[in-house]
Design a protein around this ligand. Sequence first.
Ligand code: ADP
Length: 278
Amino acid sequence: MVKNLLIKNKSKYKQQIENNEHIKEHSDDFVIECRNLNLWYDEFQALKNINMKYRKNKVTAIIGPSGCGKSTLLRCFNRMNDVIEDCRIEGEVLFNGRNLYDNSADIRLNRKKIGMIFQKPNPFPMSIYDNITYGPKIHKIIEDDILEKISEKCLKRAVLWDEVVDRLDDSAMGLSGGQQQRLCIARALAVEPEVLLMDEPTASLDPIATQKIEDLILQLKEEWTVIIVTHNMQQAARISDNTAFMYLGEMIEYGETTQIFENPQEKLTENYITGRFG
Ligand code: ADP
């Protein structure tokens, strides 16, 4: 049985590789994988030989002291560092087996599939409805009834629908910070991503709004893969399945969240999570 499965999987990979030379051998359990990833800002090396795999339908938290490279790593996953002058990247970031940094990679499609939520909510200065339908319209969905369905579905998925159903045409700028952040998550969902990257998504929110976002993240993983940068260790412990600890551009330890917090294997990890530095 296992042997058959292995043969089946092997031939599946072989077929994938034959169908498309850009697809590398990878496991279907992992959606994103870094291989020997190095990044420099001019002369300064911010990421040092990162090798990591991110599991599908899991929440992975990236923790570590300020300046250790968490946001830089997250930005590699949707090529946001490309716009930074003097930023140089070596190595690979595979998304479903394809290197995002290949010359043949479709950056626009990848950004659709790998959405990003920022520290400060950034709704567009337009109505709530237009925020959600902005992405689908760019991707050529123009039928009003379909756009309405997308809007309702995504606002419900982001647990915002009940709070805004009577004011979809009002400006998104009138929402509270927490509502704006859930709107940004709904907007990201509207283009049918596979992965949601979150860079300290609750750092600017009060505790109640933070809890709503954390509850939402736990629901999101049923359908999506979430990679979250957080400086808040309690948050990582509450919501993530896996945790990666970074220090000075290196991935020091990566494993199941309970193991990292209860039984860290590296002294540096232990020192960090017990508050000896950071
Ligand atoms: P973290 O998210 O862990 O706080 P960052 O990824 O923001 O860390 O930064 C990692 C290192 O890279 C820091 O030393 C930071 O100063 C540097 N850095 C980040 N962005 C840039 C940039 N655009 N230009 C030059 N250096 C940068």
